[in-house]
Design a protein around this ligand. Structure first.
Ligand SMILES: [Zn+2]
Length: 263
């Protein structure tokens, strides 16, 4: 299965494998960053028995299936999120590759995805969006706007202000309405970070995030699992809205303009 990129052809399988290997590293980040542990040392080990994971037990997705979701040494259950993170990262990189081929745009959007995946899973796990990811992410986004052709530096800077500013403003309104903190500082910084990659388009990603979160909130409140004052991690929704823009943005816009053109 070969795909013709702008300059180079690469089997999609290699991109997928590359993505799952990066996903495997993201798993290490997701586990260790909230615990303030180094992501490079020591090497991969089981979080239950602490024994090092042998290379053949560390093959993305495949090892999880072969070991039937258990540590090869102490039999402890390996969370399903491990192969899931590897799969999601692999699929997203393949999707971006199909759109952009070997180009700075591929690097640009892949870097954003490689930030969004750990941010989302850490938020689901700990209800925290870590500065150690969002701040370097903002710098990376601004730097990529200089290197890549997708957006200008001015658009990246505008995206930073719009992404962070709009969530800050929504948070202020929410605080007044609900008389409690409604938007976490981490969400605001995440919005700003995504803005540096997407430019002003970040507003559409955030709109989609609310659009995706509303049914979940409605179901949660309908079934009494959520109530006013409950904390719902919003980071994964922001990430999901952003991924929709990365993967389907151009198609969405052309549909939208076709619809608008009919009136
Ligand atoms: Zn173990």
């Amino acid at each position: 299965m070969f795909l013709r990129g702008s300059k180079l052809s690469l089997p999609l399988g290699i991109v997928f494998l590359f993505g799952t290997l990066l996903g495997s590293f993201l798993n290490v980040c997701i586990y260790r960053l909230p615990r303030k542990q180094s992501v490079v040392w020591p090497g991969s080990h089981c979080s239950t028995c602490k024994k090092p994971i042998r290379p053949w037990q560390n093959i993305p997705i495949l090892s999880y299936l072969l070991l039937r979701g258990r540590c090869g040494q102490c039999n402890a259950t390996i969370p399903i999120t491990y192969p899931l993170v590897e799969l999601i990262t692999g699929v997203l990189l393949v999707w971006i590759w199909q759109q952009h081929g070997m180009s700075w745009s591929f690097v640009h959007y892949s870097l954003l995805v490689l930030l969004l995946v750990p941010i989302s899973f850490i938020d689901l796990d700990t209800q925290l969006i870590l500065n150690v990811l969002t701040f370097p992410g903002m710098v990376l986004g601004l730097a990529m706007s200089v290197l890549a052709v997708d957006i200008s530096f001015g658009q990246a800077a505008a995206g930073l202000l719009l992404g962070g500013g709009s969530l800050y403003a929504i948070g202020l309104v929410g605080d007044l309405l609900f008389k409690q903190e409604s938007m976490g500082g981490g969400d605001i910084k995440l919005g700003a970070m995504i803005g540096t990659f997407l430019g002003p388009q970040v507003l559409i990603a955030l709109f989609l995030a609310f659009f995706l979160a509303l049914p979940i909130i409605a179901i949660g409140m309908g079934t009494n699992r959520l109530h006013l004052g409950s904390k719902l991690p919003f980071g994964p929704f922001i990430a999901l809205g952003t991924v929709v823009i990365i993967c389907f943005g151009p198609a969405l816009y052309s549909q939208y303009f076709r619809l608008v053109g009919q009136f």
